[in-house]
Design a protein around this ligand. Structure first.
Ligand code: AMP
Ligand code: ZN
Length: 474
């Protein structure tokens, strides 16, 4: 089965193909760096990472760009023409800091979290403030082609000039007007027109351009310009979270198509929102969690990685601390597959050569079929998890185990949350057992108990026998 992806633009699943043979150009909408990203944001970013890794598993070269929004994203961003304060500047005022200091600090935290979550570095991480010239150039092109107009020092996109406006989100220009959801702005020709360039003397981050002395870009034009600068006029895949469909991506589609004369992306993919405690994360409920919150509760970043990618990206998934406990146990079982394989490879008992070959083939086929079906992770994981029982039952031959280990490493090059270096896991267990034995000899019962608790936490059961300590994984 070839890789099939669901395209939000056509609302259908179709075989994936690329503009250039063997190369995937992919643009992912990144964070607005006005706070430490929360675990919901990471669902979107990890979805992009899994997608990139799956494309690499399939043999593609992936040119991946994930931007950093450090200006122009306003607080009221559900309408096409965002309004309110700049999110970064609002934070700068609250923290009494320079906005560039704010973006520097939160970008550093974002990158730290991404590294901890095992996210591969994209080809580029452009910051919006570093592509102002490209944005201005694109806005000028839109004016020249009759798709945008200036009013004083502001520039608006004329939505009536692009008949396809609304195709992605299903919003129709007429409905946007009739619903009067759009704030009346006398400057605009049509209420649904949105700003490409804004001017405001009070704005802290502003640029002196052909449009005036105090301008800054609209959030949507940023991604259109950065995608073009780094990947060209056409990309294969553009991703984001479901809230990006409208207005952000709808506006990107319009701007890029009108400026470049070709559609921006072949495939648009959107991750559904992560829910927390069965609903929307909210400050008032105190459940807007970050990675450090999760680590503070005793989980490893890879537990969160697993928790956020375990569901199909287009279905809702929920986050609770009880779910995290289940995740930990489930991940231990996945780790155990590697441990059991290593045991065979290290000369442990195995079935006859060739035994269990079909079992391994079924696991690989099931995993690949799941991933090829629009990254259906639950199906893929179930296939992988199916390897554990035959290993516990001892029905794999040593040669099959060797192939299984090699493939597990490959599967984990996509998943990135399994501890496949089982040797080191064993070494950790041995070290704790030695520490406990030494503590007992020294009659340090508290230290001995602590070592035993640490072993229990790792899922290790120990037994004192006349020959010494014997251990096994639960
Ligand atoms: P922002 O920092 O607001 O620009 O958002 C960065 C990315 O996170 C966007 O692609 C959003 O769609 C995505 N996002 C925000 N909240 C969630 C959530 N609860 N679940 C999944 N993705 C989210
Ligand atoms: Zn974007």
């Amino acid at each position: 089965m070839t890789f099939h992806v669901y395209n939000s633009l056509t609302r259908s699943k179709a075989p994936f193909s690329t503009i250039e043979d063997g190369v995937v150009r992919m643009y992912n909408c990144g964070p607005t760096v006005y706070g430490r990203p929360h675990i919901g944001n990471y669902r979107s970013f990890l979805f992009a990472d899994i997608l990139r890794r799956w494309l690499e598993y399939l043999g593609y070269e992936v040119r991946q760009v994930m931007n950093i929004t450090d200006v122009g994203h306003l607080t009221d961003d559900t309408e096409a023409d965002s309004s309110g304060e700049d999110k970064v500047e609002a934070r700068a005022r609250a923290e009494k800091k320079d906005p560039f200091e704010i973006t520097r600090e939160y970008t550093a935290m974002f990158l730290e979290d991404m590294a901890a979550l095992g996210v591969k570095e994209p080809m580029a991480r452009p910051k919006a403030t570093e592509y102002i010239d490209e944005m201005v150039e694109m806005v000028e092109a839109l004016i020249e082609k009759g798709h945008a107009y200036r009013v004083g020092e502001n520039v608006y996109f004329d939505v009536t000039s692009f008949p396809e406006y609304g195709r992605l989100s299903g919003n129709r220009v007429d409905d946007l007007e009739a619903g009067k959801r759009v704030e009346v702005n006398e400057e605009k020709r049509h209420p649904a027109d949105f700003a490409l360039w804004k001017s405001d003397a009070a704005h802290l981050m502003k640029w002196d351009t052909v449009f005036g002395a105090d301008g800054f870009p609209g959030w949507h034009i940023e991604c259109s310009a950065m995608a073009k600068a780094l990947l060209g006029e056409r990309v294969d895949i553009h991703t984001g979270g479901e809230d990006n469909v409208f207005p952000h991506h709808e506006c990107e589609i319009a701007q890029s198509a009108c400026a470049n004369g070709v559609p921006l992306a072949e495939v648009w993919m959107h991750a559904k929102f992560l829910q927390v405690d069965g609903g929307k994360m909210s400050k008032s409920l105190g459940n807007v969690y970050t990675l450090p919150d999760v680590v503070g509760r005793g989980f490893e970043p890879r537990h969160l990685r697993f928790a956020l990618v375990r569901g199909h990206y287009r279905t809702q998934i929920n986050f609770t601390w009880a779910i995290m406990d289940e995740i930990r146990a489930r991940l231990e079982n996945l780790d155990e597959i590697a441990v059991l394989l290593h045991r065979i490879l290290d000369g442990g008992a195995a079935a006859a050569d060739g035994a269990g070959r079909e079992t391994l083939t079924a696991a690989i086929d099931g995993f690949e079929a799941g991933m090829n079906d629009d990254l259906n992770m639950p199906v893929a994981l179930a296939a992988l998890e199916g390897l554990r029982k035959p290993l516990l039952d001892g029905t794999l031959g040593a040669d099959v185990a060797r192939d299984a280990m090699a493939w597990l490493e490959r599967a984990n090059s996509v998943l990135g949350f399994i501890e496949t270096g089982a040797q080191s896991a064993d070494a950790e267990v041995e070290a704790l057992i030695e520490a406990r034995t030494a503590a007992k000899a020294a009659k340090d019962w508290a230290a001995a108990d602590a070592a035993r608790d640490a072993l229990t936490a790792l899922g290790i059961e120990i037994q004192d026998t006349p020959e010494g300590v014997v251990w096994r994984r639960r």
